[in-house]
Each structure stands twice: as C-alpha cells, then as structure tokens.
Design a protein around this ligand. Structure first.
Ligand code: 13P
Length: 252
C-alpha cells in the first residue's frame, strides 16, 4: 500500500550517543504524529542494535546496504536475512554514493533488490541523474533506465516491498534541492515507468531526497506523487528531522 515515509539516512555518521539521544527523542515525538508518516532511521550497520533498542517498534529501522548473497565467505558483508533477523524492515539499495564510490552497477542493484524483497524486507531503491545528465536533457531517460533495470527482477507478488527514492545526485549534500515542481514531474514519470512495467504503480511509495530540510519539506510533500523523503544531513539533527516528519498535513 502507498504509505507516507520519512527516512533518515545517517550515511557514515553517528555514534552510540546519537543512537540513544536522537532516536529516543524521535520515538517520543513520532508516537504523536497525526499525519500517518512512518518514521525510519537508517544508521550505519554497527549501530542497528543501539537504534533498535531506542526505536521500540515506534520507529522503523533499516540498513544502508546489503551484500547480494544470504551467507558465506564474504568478509565485511551483511545479508538481507541478517538485516531481517536483527529487526530491520528497510534496506537502501543503489544509493548514488554506492553507485559512484563503490562502483555498483544497475545489474548489481537488480540482484540486491530481488534478494531483499524476497527476504520480506522493503527495498528503498535509489535513482537519480547527475548534473551533466540533467543539463544535457537526459534526466528522465537516465532515471527511467535505472528504474527499469533496478527493478527488473522483482517477483510479481513482491511489489509491496518496493519503495523508490528519487535523489538527483546534484542535490545530495549540496544545499541545492529540486523545485517541488521538477521533483513532481520526475515522480510522475517514475510512476509511469512502473505502470509500464506492470507494477501496481499507484500503490508504490515514491520518496524525494536531496537537501530536504525543515523549510522546504512542506512544498515537496504537498505534491501528489511525492510520498515522503529520504533525508541525509538533516536527519542527524533531531528537531529538524522531526519537523520534516511533521511537514505532511494531517491524514484525512
Ligand atoms: P542530504 O539530505 O544530505 O542532501 O542527503 C540526501 C541523501 O543522500 C539521502 O540518502
């Protein structure tokens, strides 16, 4: 079912103290949200246990990456089954930092997505164009290709375990955000691609990410095809993160 989701991707930031203080605060506030937003925290894997202790089922928890296998001699990797066993509900797949810094390809993203959704976890599949691609008019075709290839192996009955996050690379950590109108246009195009693929497009949550802050979230979240946000820097500041979660109007 299409849900409102605000997820905080801590990237390689955080500590035991942040896990206690920030997640404790978010938990105490999230219980009283009246807008139906599901709040998700995605810390570095080593702090999953600390975050889960504080989340107490009120806040959902995810991992930032998984390997493409379920177990074995893959030093340094964590599998979807392990993430699930630990208590996670979400897995980020194909974040642009994984694609650009760690060389993750569309094929690898597709393999991971298939394993994640088949494990019963929700894959938040990240897509987005670079500045050069946007400036040369290719943004929509690049994103459409990432959606088609990244979701190529989703089994028919598993679309409820898929969320797509549109994160234009040029907007990540730069303070530049897409206008609400441009983000809406891309979300609508993504929904069109999902429909073409035979997915239940209207049921799939589409998140926007890239310099989302308390002062621009409400405009983004008022667009019809933007179902939430994937927040980087602002998710490390408890009050700012909660104020983003409150930026949706009350549920009708
Ligand atoms: P910022 O919100 O820091 O731009 O990061 C966005 C992001 O990459 C979330 O995954």
């Amino acid at each position: 079912m299409r849900r409102r989701i605000v997820a905080g991707n801590w990237k390689m930031n955080g500590s035991r103290d942040l896990s206690e203080e920030l997640v404790g605060y978010v938990r105490s506030e999230a219980g009283s949200l009246d807008n139906g937003v599901e709040v998700v925290i995605i810390p570095p894997a080593i702090y999953i246990g600390n975050v889960l202790d504080q989340a107490q089922g009120v806040v959902s928890v995810g991992v930032q990456n998984v390997g493409q296998w379920q177990s074995g001699a893959y030093t340094g990797e964590v599998s979807p089954e392990m993430a699930k066993d630990a208590g996670c509900r979400y897995v980020l797949v194909g974040h642009s930092e994984r694609r650009q810094i760690f060389g993750e390809t569309d094929e690898l993203v597709a393999e991971k997505v298939s394993l994640v959704v088949s494990s019963g976890l929700v894959a938040i599949v990240c897509v987005g164009e670079t500045l050069e691609e946007r400036e040369s008019g290719q943004a929509e075709s690049v994103v459409a290709h990432q959606v088609r290839s990244g979701l190529a192996f989703v089994p028919k009955g598993q679309w409820h375990n898929v969320v797509v996050a549109y994160e234009p690379v040029w907007a990540i950590g730069t303070g530049k955000t897409a206008t609400a109108g441009d983000a809406q246009d891309m979300h609508s195009a993504i929904r069109g691609v999902l429909k073409d693929m035979g997915a239940p497009a209207e049921e799939i949550s589409l998140l926007y990410g890239g310099s989302v802050k308390a002062d621009n979230a409400a405009a983004l979240f008022s667009e019809p095809d933007i179902d939430g946000g994937l927040i980087g820097g602002a998710s490390l500041v408890a009050k700012e993160f909660m104020s983003i979660c409150r930026s949706f109007p009350a549920a009708t």
